[in-house]
Design a protein around this ligand. Structure first.
Ligand SMILES: [Zn+2]
Length: 153
């Protein structure tokens, strides 16, 4: 389990989902790749469970950049919601091939714009960065909270 002590937040993610994301990421190596994270918060709103991913239909990925579009994502999201009304879009993930799991300035701007978008119903988007540096996999979980980025430990 991951936590941000300062905010009293915790997070967990299925191992199967992690290995699935790693496999998907590897297929796009050495380019960055990513998608949308699906999950739900506890009733008390302080525990996030990430359960699924939706992959973008349209995207651009290079070794140092990843951009996705939201075309067609809405209908896939509806399928999750129908199965389990608790599940919704909680954030995004992408890989950092040959790099650390630390958000770039562009990543921070992107997550801020999600938080500020009135058409998106999540105020505290989560960000997962999967870094592969020196043959080691590093998972970096972050949340945008009150205009700041915090990392889950
Ligand atoms: Zn990035």
């Amino acid at each position: 389990m991951y936590r941000i002590k300062e905010l009293g937040l915790t997070l967990d993610i299925d191992d199967d989902l992690i290995s699935n994301l790693l496999d998907i990421g590897k297929k796009h190596y050495p380019n960055e790749f990513g998608g949308f994270l699906i999950g739900y918060y506890s009733e008390s709103q302080n525990h996030l469970r990430i359960t699924d991913t939706i992959l973008p239909n349209k995207y651009k990925g290079t070794p140092y950049m990843f951009e996705r579009e939201t075309i067609g994502v809405e209908s896939k999201l509806k399928q999750f919601y129908t199965q389990n009304p608790k599940k919704y879009y909680v954030g995004e993930w992408h890989t950092h091939p040959n790099n650390l799991a630390i958000p770039s300035a562009v990543d921070i701007k992107a997550v801020k714009s999600i938080a500020d978008d009135p058409e998106v119903s999540i105020k505290n988007p989560a960000l997962l960065i999967i870094g592969y540096a020196n043959n080691k996999i590093e998972l970096g979980f972050y949340v945008h909270f009150k205009n700041k980025i915090y990392r889950y430990e």
